[in-house]
Design a protein around this ligand. Sequence first.
Ligand code: MN
Ligand code: MN
Length: 467
Amino acid sequence: MSEEKTLGQQRREALCYQQKNAWDCLAQGEEEALNAYCEDYKRFLDEGKTERECVDYILRLAQANGFKPLVRGTVLLPGDKIYSVNRGKSIMLAVVGEEKLERGANIAAAHIDSPRLDLKQNPLYEADELAFLKTHYYGGLRKYQWVTIPLELHGVVAMKDGSVIKVRVGDGQGDPVFTIDDLLPHLARDQVKKTLGEAIPAENLNVLVGSRPFREDEGSERVKLAILELLNQKYGIVEADFISAELSAVPAFRASDVGFDRSLIGAYGQDDRVCAYACLAALFQLTTPRRTAVCMLADKEEIGSEGVTGMQSAAFDTFMEDLCRSQNSNLGVCLEQSFCLSADVTAGYDPNFAEVYEKRNSARVGYGLSLCKYTGGGGKSGASDASAEMVAYARRVLDEANVVWQMAELGKTDQGGGGTVAVYLAKRNIDTLDAGVPVLSMHAPFETTSKVDCYMTYKGVRAVYEA
Ligand code: MN
Ligand code: MN
């Protein structure tokens, strides 16, 4: 027996913007695909804890999915799958579409660097028979969150002879971990009076790496000497080799399901590997799209997209130019006709900190892919501010693909702000819209996302590629 809807109910449905929890919107059988996707995503998080490791793993996945290195000057045909690695830290991939590139490309851009503690170039010292590594934090992290947690050491040592030694300590079987110590509460009477920002000074973020002195020695700094001896035995390096190393202390957490219902994922580096993986996994699903699909996974977003591997680098332009040249297409025309989804995380509404959010315009955990018309701070400062037409375009593409999505703004106006790579794509004359996964505890050593949002982001990027 169907109940008649009142006029009010009918008009409410027709007129009011209503959102549903994405878990309530899953189609029959879709939960299996969601779970399989999230397991693959968690593996991606565990494999890549630096941008270099992400690129290494992405390369393996891409090759297994039939992608070949871009060879400059060759003719590209519809359906061709190619990639180009920028200095081991950033990777660009494409699936060539049916239409020529002058008709534009569908681009998804995300970043694979995350906040962390980089080692300084002269890091190793001994103080009172304890050995430490000096760090310089990378990205906008809250220093008090990085003490008294287990840390791993990841990175490379570039040797003068041109060889590069990979270092990865902490997540292997039987590996030791590292940590940064903090004050005991019994002696923290002065420290607790300081602000969160001041309580742990940057120069206190020193990683504890040893305490056992070198035995057959009467000299000073015997603990440091013993550590150097171990490093020399394992990697063949000496202290001066730190000078040309990129080593980072990252949280020693594996990606885990969070909650009794396993609806959430907790892990380090989900900003922005959650979107990077969505951009990648969606690309792997394509055969021959209408327009060429481009996946840009950048480095250095957390420090302003600077540097030769950041989104501001001409490496992206060169890649797009190489694609265009292979079809005798004009690069400028291609970019002008292209659409880019700048895939990056946003702040998920947190009821524990409700005061910093404007609830009507905040992304909610479990409500799907979050579109962000503008980022920035203050009066939209630093935002590329996507046009209404582009937001309308995204609404149509996502709705047609049954993607659950929502609108998002990063907290209350004048509460703070942030940016993404979007501005650097928009500057290239590409229509660009921000979209991504809402995150709780963004930039913390352990960030939390909802599985259904991860999955909807993957579905959303796929819909953009296929549009
Ligand atoms: Mn980000
Ligand atoms: Mn970030």
